[in-house]
Design a protein around this ligand. Structure first.
Ligand code: UD1
Length: 340
C-alpha cells in the first residue's frame, strides 16, 4: 500500500516514514527541501533497508501537484507534514505562511479528491488551544484565537480539512494535535536539523552543550508554576511517528466517519524548562550554561495533554520518558558533531 508523506525529509516526517516502512507501507515523499536535505532518504534506507521514493517539488504548485497524483494513482493515503513552522518569522511574514501552509493544503486535498484518495492525516498543534482554562487539556477544549499567523494556519487548515471531509463522504481525516515533539531515532541516523539559530528548547540545549551556542536563555522564571518556568508536554518523536501509522490504518479499516477525528499527542505529563534542563544535564553528565531572561512574547504559561482519547480510541500511548527523549537528542547532536 502506497502512502504519500509530504515533508517526509523533515524532522517528524522522516521518523514517520521509518515507522510506515517498518509496518510494510510503500512511501513516496514529496518535499521541496526548504528545511531538509536529500540525504535524509539514504539514512532512512540505512535504518529500514528500504529507500523511500523522493520527489522534490513545491506542493504550492498546483499543476505539479495534480500531475504527481495522476502519476501515482495507487496512493491510498496522505500524511501531510510539509509546512513552515517558525512562529516568530510568521509574525513578520504572514503572507509567506498563509500562501505556503494553506495553498499547499488546498492543492493536496484537490488532488486527493480528483484521484479518489480517502485517508488524510494532518500535522496540527496544541497551539490551537492557546492557554487552556483546564489542564490537562482535552480535544473538546475551545480553540482560542491564534497568537501568530503560524498558529492561525493550523486552525484554518483544521477547518479546511473538516469542511472537505464533511462535503465528501468518501474522504476521511485525522487531525493530530502535537504537544512538544523532541528527541531523535535511536540509531542517531535521523533527527532534527534546525537551520540557523534554533527557536525550540531542546535543539538549543544540545547545541549549547556541544559548544555551538554560548548559553541557553531560559525565557522567564516568574510564571505561576512550581519553579517559575513554563511547563510543556514533551513527547518523543518516535512515539509521535507511531501514532501517524495507527491513524492511517484506522482510516483504511473504517469506512464510517463523516467528520475528521481529532487526537492530542503528548505524554500527559508536564515538565518545566528547568526540569528539562536538569534532565538533560543528568543524561549528558555535564552542566549546561544557562541564564534566565525575560519571558518570550506569545508563550503560554503551561500546557499538557489529556491523552485519554488517543489512548482509548487509537490504542496508542507514548512510551518513552523525558530521559530517553533527552538521551536520543544528545546522541543525535553528537553524531552531527562527528560529521562536521
Ligand atoms: C512552539 C510554538 C508552537 C509550535 C512549536 C513548533 C510558540 C509560542 N509556540 O512551541 O506553536 O507548534 O513551537 O515547533 O512559539 N524556551 C526557552 N529558551 C529557548 C527556547 C525555548 O526557555 O531558547 C522555553 C519556551 O519559553 C517554552 C519551552 O522552552 O516554555 C518550549 O519552547 P519551544 O521548544 O519553543 O516550544 P513551544 O514554544 O512550546
Amino acid at each position: 500500500m502506497k502512502v504519500l508523506v509530504t515533508g517526509g525529509a523533515g524532522y517528524i516526517g522522516s521518523h514517520t516514514v521509518v515507522e510506515l516502512q517498518e509496518k510494510g507501507f510503500e512511501v513516496v515523499i514529496v518535499d521541496n527541501l526548504s528545511n531538509s536535505y536529500k540525504e535524509v532518504v539514504r539514512n532512512i534506507e540505512r535504518i529500514t533497508g528500504k529507500l523511500p521514493e523522493l520527489e522534490v517539488f513545491d506542493l504550492c504548485d498546483r499543476n505539479k501537484t495534480m500531475d504527481f497524483f495522476r502519476r501515482h494513482n495507487d496512493i491510498i493515503g496522505v500524511i501531510h507534514f510539509a509546512a513552515y513552522k517558525a512562529v516568530g518569522e510568521s509574525v513578520k511574514k504572514p503572507l509567506k505562511y498563509y500562501r505556503n501552509n494553506i495553498g499547499s493544503l488546498v492543492n493536496i486535498l484537490e488532488g486527493m479528491k480528483e484521484n479518489n484518495i480517502r485517508s488524510f492525516v494532518f500535522s496540527s498543534s496544541c497551539t490551537v488551544y492557546g492557554q487552556p482554562d483546564h489542564l490537562p487539556v482535552a480535544e473538546d477544549a475551545p480553540v482560542r484565537k491564534a497568537m501568530s499567523p503560524y498558529g492561525n494556519t493550523k486552525q484554518i487548515s483544521e477547518e479546511i480539512i473538516t469542511d472537505t471531509v464533511e462535503a465528501n463522504p468518501h474522504m476521511k481525516g485525522i487531525l493530530l494535535r502535537y504537544f512538544n515533539p523532541i528527541g531523535a531515532h535511536e540509531s542517531a541516523l535521523i533527527g532534527e536539523l534546525p537551520l540557523g539559530v534554533p527557536d525550540n528548547l531542546v535543539p538549543f540545549i544540545t547545541q549549547t552543550a556541544i559548544g555551538i551556542r554560548d548559553k541557553l536563555s531560559v525565557f522567564g522564571d516568574d510564571y505561576n508554576t512550581p519553579d517559575g518556568t513554563a511547563i510543556r508536554d514533551y513527547i518523543h518523536v518516535v512515539d509521535l511517528a507511531k501514532a501517524h501509522v495507527i491513524s492511517l490504518n484506522r482510516m483504511i479499516n473504517d469506512q464510517d466517519k463523516t467528520k475528521p477525528e481529532i487526537f492530542n499527542l503528548g505524554t500527559g505529563i508536564g515538565y518545566s524548562v528547568l526540569e528539562a534542563v536538569k534532565t538533560f544535564e543528568k543524561v549528558a553528565q555535564q552542566p549546561l550554561n544557562y541564564q534566565v531572561v525575560d519571558r518570550r512574547p506569545g508563550d503560554v504559561e503551561k500546557v499538557w495533554a489529556d491523552t485519554s482519547l488517543a489512548n482509548s480510541e487509537l490504542g496508542w500511548k507514548a512510551e518513552r520518558n523525558l530521559e530517553e527523549m533527552m538521551r536520543s537528542a544528545w546522541n543525535w547532536e553528537k553524531e552531527l558533531a562527528n560529521k562536521r
